[in-house]
Ligand binder design. Structure first.
Ligand SMILES: Nc1ncnc2c1ncn2[C@@H]1O[C@H](COP(=O)(O)OP(=O)(O)O)[C@@H](O)[C@H]1O
Ligand SMILES: [Mg+2]
Length: 343
């Protein structure tokens, strides 16, 4: 196993870090700990939560709500933002409504645009697309000032699919542009130079929009598939379901050439903890079962495991706990956990 510290040292140009995995496994905690660590190393770091329900405020035990980038108190170099889904969705809705209206006008279709807009925004994927769009904004614009960006988003799988789609999308767009060009009258084609033809094509607001989107996608995709700049970390607990989710995610991410940072195994009961609680039947059972799952992780994901985090007595709440978890995550000797995979 390559330890997380070594992995990071080998990637000095890393800028974008994502955490993925099943709900409740510790993605937010892992993201917070990584961001805290980067900031401690002196790197100006932004942690962005793009979840419908946020938990950064709880992890750092301070109010980080409101959708603005804010400094995390008592953690130099660390900034955080909890993106408000409702704001993003509303802005996106207005934007789309305007696009649809413009297009209908341009295409000379005299119908009410509202039903079209309603269909677009009631699509269940709408909120996710809006959040993805916001993430792209942070990567390409708002995040420019930061040396490292850590994204806490439940929608890793969807982000990956959208990135995958951008290839098909690009091909389709090329065809659209071609047919647009061909549709321009011969007069226009003869009287304009090549650059001007493209400008004419762009007068179609829908096509101009698609082109703009495609440019953004291409830019963000280039970043997200670059192993120097980007790493996706997957978090699992020593339990069947989270392990299979991570295994599936890793396959998918690799199919799209997205760089896998590795696996963080969270919530491992320490051997000494189990010894101390000899009469705690529940814990003893958990500890017994954990051994099998740790072995499973070792077999399925072994070389990708970057670090183990112990199960704490309470949830991670407040900077002291984050600091403590950070020390555990970056502890070079992981023998306490590795020993458990061998029993
Ligand atoms: N190692 C751990 N020990 C104790 N509690 C933990 C640990 N890791 C996470 N938690 C707690 O479990 C809950 C879920 O963690 P969270 O990071 O929010 O999961 P996710 O973001 O994957 O849904 C939180 O209350 C968190 O504080
Ligand atoms: Mg979370």
């Amino acid at each position: 196993m390559t330890h997380i510290e070594t992995f990071l040292l080998e990637r000095p140009n890393l800028r974008f870090v994502f955490t993925g995995g099943k709900g409740g496994v510790g993605k937010t905690v892992a993201a917070a700990v990584l961001a805290y660590r980067f900031a401690q190393e002196g790197k100006k770091t932004l942690i962005a939560s793009l979840n419908p329900v946020h938990s950064l405020s709880s992890v750092f035990d301070q109010d980080l709500r409101g959708g603005r980038i804010r400094p995390v108190q008592k953690a130099p170099n660390l900034f955080a933002v909890e993106v408000e889904a409702s704001d993003v969705v509303e802005r996106y809705r207005v934007n789309i409504a305007q696009r649809v209206r413009e297009f209908l006008k341009y295409a000379d279709i005299p119908v009410d645009s509202r039903p079209f807009v309603d269909i677009a925004v009631t699509n269940p994927a709408f909120e996710e697309s809006a959040m993805f769009d916001k993430m792209v904004d942070i990567i390409l614009k708002e995040g420019q000032d930061f040396e490292r960006l850590v994204f806490d988003t439940a929608a890793v799988a969807n982000a990956v699919r959208l990135i995958g789609l951008s290839k098909i999308y690009g091909l389709w767009l090329q065809r659209m542009i071609q047919s647009r060009k061909e549709a321009l009258s011969l007069r226009v084609q003869l009287s304009f130079r090549k650059e001007r033809i493209m400008e004419e094509v762009k007068k179609d607001p829908l096509l101009a929009d698609l082109l703009g989107m495609h440019e953004r996608f291409t830019a963000v995709k280039k970043i997200l598939v670059d192993p120097e700049q980007t790493a996706f970390f997957f978090v699992t607990l020593p339990l069947t379901l989270p392990i299979s989710v991570v295994t599936r995610f890793i396959k998918m991410v690799r199919a799209y050439d997205i760089p896998v940072g590795g696996v963080i195994v969270n919530g491992v009961i320490r051997g000494e903890e189990a010894e101390r609680a000899a009469n705690d039947e529940y814990l003893q059972n958990q500890f017994q079962e954990q051994a099998g799952y740790l072995k499973m992780i070792q077999e399925q994901l072994g070389p990708l495991v970057r670090t183990y985090l112990p199960l704490y007595h309470s949830e991670i709440h407040g900077l002291d706990m984050v600091r403590h978890a950070c020390e555990d995550m970056f502890q070079p000797d992981q023998e306490w956990a590795l020993a458990l995979t061998r029993v």
